[in-house]
Ligand binder design. Sequence first.
Ligand SMILES: Cc1cc2nc3c(=O)[nH]c(=O)nc-3n(C[C@H](O)[C@H](O)[C@H](O)COP(=O)(O)O)c2cc1C
Length: 200
Amino acid sequence: MPQPPYVLVLFYSRHGSVAEMAKYIARGINKAGSVEAKIRQVPDVSDTTKIATPPLPDDGAPYCTLEELADCSGLAIGSPSYFGSMAAPLKHFIDQTSTLWLTGQLIDKPACGFTSASTMHGGQEQCLHSMMTPLLHHGMVWLGLPYKNKELISTAAGGTPYGASHLANSTSETSLTNDEKALCEAQGKRIAEMAAKLKK
Ligand SMILES: Cc1cc2nc3c(=O)[nH]c(=O)nc-3n(C[C@H](O)[C@H](O)[C@H](O)COP(=O)(O)O)c2cc1C
């Protein structure tokens, strides 16, 4: 039976901030009404050796399969900012997508990014760009956040025109400001609308 179209909200989160953002992105997608949100995470990677991933995560969203990525109508991808770049577990997942690249399964689908970082100028924008690069290789259409979202002007924490962000201040700070929540929802709404427009 064919599945209803969905935007995949795919993330890695160690301490919960990016997971919290994913909920608001999904809320924006679902509010748009045209496609559903499907929330998935990627497993952690081991420091030293390849370990078997347990089939189900201890908490949060199920682990993403390559089929779920291939079949999405759009992708919202999120990672903590680690040294100004996406975290290794997310990059590890992306590095397993060669078959999708070879078959062009993500071409012309919209994508956007979201990130959380503990410092204001510690590389939020750079991390968003690091997620954009491989998705451009896949032929996806990258969406930022336009300044018609007034929270981009008013925010005193996270929020960038390149994608939603959260200023966590400490590793355990997962609560988003109202502006950050609004920008996550706006990003979800925008990718849902673009997914509906671009659907073949
Ligand atoms: C290995 C590592 C590298 C990090 N690098 C940065 C960084 O470059 N800039 C920054 O602002 N925060 C950095 N942080 C902080 C995380 O980005 C921040 O705590 C984030 O909110 C964690 O997201 P999570 O709660 O979803 O795991 C780093 C944290 C770790 C563990």
